[in-house]
Ligand binder design. Structure first.
Ligand SMILES: Cc1ncc(COP(=O)(O)O)c(C=O)c1O
Length: 460
């Protein structure tokens, strides 16, 4: 097994990473992956955290730090793709989970914690007067779409080309379509992701991101059949591209005119502001899907909405509800207890802290690119940061594909950078994303920047 000294840097951060260099086929992680491929197709259950030649297996974590099964310490700059807004094992969240596990872990009765968490969320999100909990963001989105259909009596949903909203058929459409299939720019084709039925995809309309007039024209063509338009206010696959106010306002106007519902998928983007992305945009949707951070690190999702929408479809006091919604683990007390503490800790000060760190990281990465004289672009907003190894302007999914075609070496650079960072004690998402938590410090951001500069220099 290769032996490396602890990370050398000018910052006060010293990491215990003395016994491994990645990739190392003799490591415990490599051995675990060898076992995994025999029992899990592709060796895992979650392709978003897989990378070649094998993923590093985590053993334990605390705050911003994670130790892998070989004892290597790294700083976690991805935070379970947004859900760990307070880092790992926050003592108050751990205490709440332990107390709940010892009291009531799951039960076929509602609990007070469900009401508590619902009160906290409805108290701070303009578009959520009523909320129902699920166990994943995928389910939160799925129920928001079903709610829009039950409320309007219509079938069609419009979504943004290139946006990911989880695994439900209605939105697993045109997530990463190839140019050969994507159709005309003013009438994008609905391209099912593998596994999505063509019938389901035919109920999904595709819109270009932030293209106000082009998207307006498409919505108007389908207005009478449209149940809802779903927008992720910060599209990760476009480098955490925020929706413009003009675009969100146009969607609001056109949904109102069409009698359709505006749905915000804030599963990821909820961390944008204290009142969610909708608070920052100043546009209030009829329905909001939530997930990730509202569960305090445990599995969660939710569908929230304006009272007249939610009561019209879910309330059994008015006769049989229009929409049935069950789930063995919905609003399970463990998640509710963890989420309640996480949300209470996620106050205005916490939101401002991670946004400030996000600015420090974005500005620092731009500086690093200049110093290293390397191609790249830095994007994102608040605590979500993207770092890609090509230059150019990306507004829509098609721009991103064109840019990639023009820079064929970009993926190899991205992979090399990711591996350099992994070997310098930095965990990021392999395709160029960082997500911060309240556990991060200025010193850790500066450490990341030093490692990024050194990686780019080594890459040449
Ligand atoms: C915007 C968005 N919506 C929905 C989902 C699905 O959430 P989950 O992975 O909890 O099912 C994700 C997951 O990353 C997401 O980023």
């Amino acid at each position: 097994m290769a032996t490396k000294p602890a990370a050398k840097s000018a910052s006060p951060i010293v990491l215990d990473r003395s016994n491994q260099h990645y990739p190392d086929l003799e490591s415990r992680s490599a051995g675990l992956f060898e076992r995994a491929v025999k029992v899990l197709p592709g060796g895992n259950s979650r392709m978003t955290v897989f990378h070649l030649p094998y993923p590093v297996y985590a053993a334990r974590a605390q705050g911003s730090r994670v130790w892998d099964v070989d004892g290597v310490e790294r700083i976690d700059f991805i935070n379970n793709l947004s859900s760990l807004v307070h880092g790992h094992n926050h003592p108050e969240i751990v205490k709440a989970i332990q107390a709940q596990a010892a009291t009531l872990a799951s039960m076929s009765m509602p609990t007070e914690k469900e009401v508590d968490l619902a009160e906290v969320i409805t108290g701070r999100v303009a578009g959520i007067d009523r909320i129902r909990f699920t166990n994943s963001g995928t389910e939160g989105v799925m129920m928001a779409i079903k709610t829009a259909r039950a409320f309007t009596g219509r079938d069609k949903i419009a979504k943004i080309e290139g946006a990911y909203h989880g695994g439900d058929d209605a939105v697993a459409v045109s997530v990463n379509p190839s140019p050969a299939l994507w159709g005309e720019a003013d009438a994008p084709a609905s391209v099912p992701v593998s596994g999505t039925g063509r019938g389901a995809a035919s109920d999904t309309i595709v819109l270009p991101m932030n293209q106000v007039e082009a998207a307006r024209a498409i919505i108007r063509r389908h207005a009478s059949e449209l149940a809802g338009v779903i927008l992720d206010p910060v599209v990760k696959n476009l480098g955490y591209k925020p929706a413009t106010k003009a675009f969100a306002q146009m969607l609001r106007e056109e949904c109102d005119a069409a009698g359709a519902l505006l749905i915000f998928d804030e599963v990821y983007s909820f961390r944008l502001g204290y009142h969610g992305a909708q608070g920052e945009l100043g546009v209030t949707p009829d329905l909001t899907a939530l997930g990730k951070l509202i569960g305090g690190g445990l599995p969660v999702g939710a569908t929230g909405g304006k009272a007249h929408v939610m009561e019209a479809v879910y309330d059994a006091r008015n006769g049989a509800p229009k929409l049935s919604h069950g789930g063995t683990f919905n609003a399970n007390p463990m998640t509710m207890a963890a989420g309640l503490v996480a949300m209470r800790l996620w106050d205005e000060e916490a939101v401002a802290h991670v946004a400030r760190l996000g600015d420090r990281l974005r500005n620092g990465l731009r500086e690093v690119l200049k110093i290293a004289d390397a191609p790249g672009r830095v994007g994102g907003v608040a605590s979500m940061i993207s770092f890609f190894h090509s230059e150019g302007v990306v507004e829509t999914y098609r721009d991103a594909v064109e840019l990639f075609k023009a820079n064929p070496g970009m993926h190899a650079r991205s992979d090399a950078f990711f591996k350099h960072m992994l070997n310098s004690g930095i965990i990021m998402a392999s395709h160029g994303f960082f997500v911060l938590s309240t556990a991060h410090t200025d010193d850790e951001i500066d450490f990341l920047l030093e490692q990024a500069l050194s990686a780019l220099r080594k890459m040449g």
